[in-house]
Design a protein around this ligand. Structure first.
Ligand SMILES: Nc1nc2c(c(=O)[nH]1)N[C@H]1C(S)=C(S)[C@@H](COP(=O)(O)OP(=O)(O)OC[C@H]3O[C@@H](n4cnc5c(=O)[nH]c(N)nc54)[C@H](O)[C@@H]3O)O[C@H]1N2
Ligand SMILES: Nc1nc2c(c(=O)[nH]1)N[C@H]1C(S)=C(S)[C@@H](COP(=O)(O)OP(=O)(O)OC[C@H]3O[C@@H](n4cnc5c(=O)[nH]c(N)nc54)[C@H](O)[C@@H]3O)O[C@H]1N2
Ligand SMILES: [Mo]
Length: 749
């Protein structure tokens, strides 16, 4: 018997795996890392899941008729196993045909999704490199996580850094802070995950340290789960999507009470007069007072007065989770929070100002030196185009339509072929019933997956991909102090192949191999990537181990920077020498550029706009459905490897449950005009009445009656997007009804 232990990395943390006679038998969190043992422990079940795809498969009628088969049978017909040569010839032939007949933009290859950790074998990076090398494709712009922020922040701060990487370190809050106000809270479940994977998972300790030093916490969220266990925090439970009104009212209070820092506004911002005129109601006649906000948020105004007392004095950190901006008008809460922080005048100071996403992902506010995790370079896509990430189903349904997007117009391409590797649109897209319809439109759909996800089930050609333990890689996150060598631990399961190897063979067939692989194999690429890390070290005078040493050590801890990061500290120190990349060089509290776009629903300053679906517009029996991230999964990942006791739990206040005859543990049905799904009721009196909370992540499984069985809430969410500015995912604005599922109960009795 041979037993070896190897270090690996997932988006859910670093682990030590035990491999016995070539089989991965156990995995545990790397000692001291703080990663979640359930998620890490699921590795063997994941790798050897009965849902692994063993061989290439082609949909039955597609095998017979090719692209003339039509899309109606997707997900219904049997999938027929074929050998690799047949499958690769089929894919190469289709790409050649569609490129030739319809041009590069008819190939949709944005392939949004998290794939797995590991920079080289990152599936989404590989598919986009391949399609670019093969002549171009339609890409997706932005992301689901913080698409609205990605669009608004460059107008306000000159870049999206404040959501994509930059954050004030927790240590500075413990040192210098008096209060943290967290809109959307600090839900510790989100700290299991880091994009790219991390070793350190120490935010619970960082928060506890700040609390021990006397920092007071306020959580603004409909849900007590958003307060870390053991943290003594004040909880304010507003209506979902009403945060902007609360933030604006605090800003108004700052102006009305003379607390506004005029010096800061003069030196560091532009457009303050326009914004203040809006707060005062100069044009709409409505001063944005605490009373005004209390009515919108349906709170006792005394709670907001106490909140104002908290932010008015001392060093205050204002933070918002990313969830706030995945809602209609999601650009506004982030812009408003920056504006409030500007009025308080603490931006760029330790422990004060604002930072986005402390509660959204592990590593936000962690101390780490940036630029040491190498990045797999992309390839230019000169004959292609890009559409907003969350607009793809719309594009399939309405080729030729033009939509406004951040001051431009984007015309939807005529998509004939879809190529997806490393994402699960039947997990991540809103209004899945509508996606089912859109998904029938293209002539050919190709998916690479290790598992039979709902998306793989709905493809014409499915190619089985390896998992990250079946190949060599380098991984890590800019929010973590480590770079991890990810060694191949086991042979590929079944006939699975690396995405890279699949694309290389396709590139051979299409005559674009040199452009795709640049003459390098896996080993050559890993060495090239490591040379990026070495170059970074050389430039900063940091000693980087050579590749062999790195590989034999399994990981390398990058020395910590001398001082913890403070967001916008350079700008604060000297705004003339370090101006922002905005037109004014300052923080824009009003944006002439946005004014120039003339969007009715995006005023040129932060503003309250009611969404179409929220409690302020609910019918008598309707509740606001919040769909958050799953605690023990990464999106749809790990669903096949962890136990499920019935459909996804939905949290409901006992008041709402009683009036509908729902008891704890009941199977319930949620529905609206878009669709219906089952869920398991969990009564929770910490939840604001009128609100339901249900995590994403269940594998979409509609029954013959159209009711989704596993509890995937995206059959209920709207495909309506944030605004013409962001065109981003707005999943968190949805109204639904809920009732006991008597039919199901009868059937299972
Ligand atoms: N209602 C609602 N919907 C949401 C959200 C919400 O808050 N509410 N959140 C949104 C957000 S923020 C996000 S980021 C998205 C996430 O949506 P996705 O990123 O699409 O979700 P994942 O399940 O991570 O999908 C990654 C897929 O890649 C596959 N995979 C893993 N490794 C490999 C590999 O090596 N090769 C290949 N070919 N495939 C691989 C996995 O099996 C998995 O199916 O969901 C969005 N959807
Ligand atoms: N365990 C786990 N962690 C994850 C992920 C995962 O799949 N699993 N996914 C990762 C990814 S891709 C992303 S983008 C991040 C997302 O990070 P977030 O978007 O911050 O996470 P969510 O869990 O969607 O939402 C956090 C909380 O916001 C609250 N909330 C929702 N709507 C509102 C509102 O209108 N107002 C207020 N005040 N609060 C509201 C909800 O109660 C919810 O619990 O999470 C990351 N972390
Ligand atoms: Mo995300």
């Amino acid at each position: 018997m041979s037993e070896v232990r190897k270090i690996g990395l997932a988006h859910w943390g670093a682990f030590e795996a035990t491999v016995v006679d070539g089989r991965l038998v156990a995995a545990e969190p790397l000692a001291g890392s703080g990663a979640d043992p359930d998620m890490i422990g699921a590795w063997p079940a994941l790798v050897y899941s009965k849902d692994r795809i063993d061989r290439p498969h082609v949909r039955e009628s597609y095998l017979k008729h090719g692209p003339r088969a039509g899309g109606a049978g997707r997900g219904r017909e049997p999938m027929v196993p074929v050998d690799w040569e047949t499958a690769l010839d089929l894919v190469a032939g289709e790409l050649r045909r569609v490129h030739g007949e319809f041009g590069p933009t008819s190939v949709f290859g944005g392939s949004y999704g998290w794939s797995s950790a590991g920079r080289f074998h990152h599936a989404r990076t590989q598919v986009r490199r391949f399609l670019a090398a093969a002549g171009g494709f339609t890409d997706q712009v932005g992301n689901y996580s913080w698409g609205a922020a990605h669009a608004i922040l460059p107008h306000v701060l000159g870049s999206a850094d404040a959501v994509s990487g930059a954050a004030t370190a927790w240590d500075t809050i413990a040192e210098a802070g008096d209060a943290v106000v967290a809109f959307g809270g600090l839900n510790p479940k989100n700290w299991h995950i880091t994009s790219g994977g991390a070793v350190d998972h120490h935010l619970p300790e960082a928060v506890a340290r700040a609390a021990t030093r006397g920092v007071r916490f306020t959580v603004v969220s409909p849900f007590a789960d958003d307060v870390p266990p053991g943290l003594d925090a004040t909880l304010i439970r507003p209506r979902p999507n009403s945060d902007t009104a609360i933030i604006l009212a605090l800003a108004h209070e700052a102006v009305a009470t003379g607390r506004a820092d005029r010096e800061f506004l003069d030196r560091y911002t532009s457009g303050a007069e326009t914004f203040i005129a809006y707060l005062n109601g100069d044009r709409d006649g409505q001063p944005k007072t605490l009373d005004w906000a209390a009515e919108i948020a349906d709170l006792d105004v005394a709670e907001l007065r106490r909140l104002w007392d908290t932010v008015r004095t001392g060093r205050v950190m204002l933070t918002a989770s990313w969830s706030l901006q995945r809602a209609e008008h999601g650009e506004q809460p982030f812009w408003a929070l920056i504006a409030l922080a500007a009025l308080l005048g603490q931006i760029g100071q330790p422990g004060g100002g604002f930072t986005f996403g402390y509660g959204s992902m592990n590593g936000v506010g962690e101390i780490a030196r940036k630029g040491y995790v190498p990045a797999m370079p992309g390839l230019p896509n000169p004959n292609g185009m890009g559409i907003p990430v969350a607009a793809f189903a719309d594009a399939f349904l309405h080729p030729g339509d033009a939509i406004p997007f951040n001051g431009r117009s984007v015309t939807y391409p005529d998509v004939r072929l879809v190529y997806w590797a490393g994402g699960n649109p039947f997990h991540h897209a809103q209004d899945l019933g509508r996606l089912e319809e859109a998904w029938q439109r293209p002539e050919t759909i190709i998916v690479h997956e290790p598992w039979w996800t709902p998306t793989a089930q709905r493809a014409d050609i499915v190619l089985p991909a390896t998992t990250s333990v079946e190949r060599n890689d380098i991984g890590g996150s800019s929010r973590d102090p480590y770079v991890v060598a990810m060694p191949r631990m086991i042979d590929p399961v079944g006939e699975a192949r690396d995405d890279f190897a699949i694309f290389r063979d396709l590139a051979d067939r299409l005559g674009c191999r040199a452009a795709f692989d640049e003459g390098l194999d896996e080993e050559g690429w890993l060495r090239r990537l490591w040379s990026q890390t070495e170059a970074r070290g050389a430039a900063e005078g940091i000693n980087v181990p050579d590749f062999e040493t790195f590989r034999s050590d399994g990981l390398w801890r990058v020395p910590a920077p001398a001082t913890p990061e403070v967001l916008l500290a350079d700008f604060r120190a000297d705004p003339d020498r370090a101006p922002l990349a905005t037109p004014s060089g300052r923080i824009e509290l009003a944006s002439p550029a946005i004014a120039g776009f003339g969007y009715e629903t995006v005023p040129p300053h932060p503003a309250w706009l009611a969404p179409a679906e929220w409690l302020g517009a609910a019918g008598p029996d309707e509740l606001h459905l919040v769909t958050n991230q799953p605690a023990k999964q990464l999106h749809g990942q790990l669903y096949q490897a962890l136990p499920h006791d019935g459909p996804t739990p939905v949290a409901i206040n006992p008041e709402d449950a009683d009036s509908r005859g729902i008891a704890d543990g009941d199977i319930v049905r949620l529905w609206n005009g878009r669709g219906a799904c089952l869920a398991t009721a969990r009564l929770d009196d910490s939840l604001r009445p009128g609100v339901l909370i249900m995590a994403t992540g269940a594998w979409y499984a509609p029954g013959d009656d159209g009711v989704e069985r596993n509890g995937n809430p995206n059959v209920l969410t709207a495909s309506r997007r944030t605004s013409p500015l962001g065109q981003a995912c707005a999943a968190l604005s949805a109204l639904v009804r809920i009732a006991p599922e008597t039919d199901t109960l009868k059937r299972t009795a």
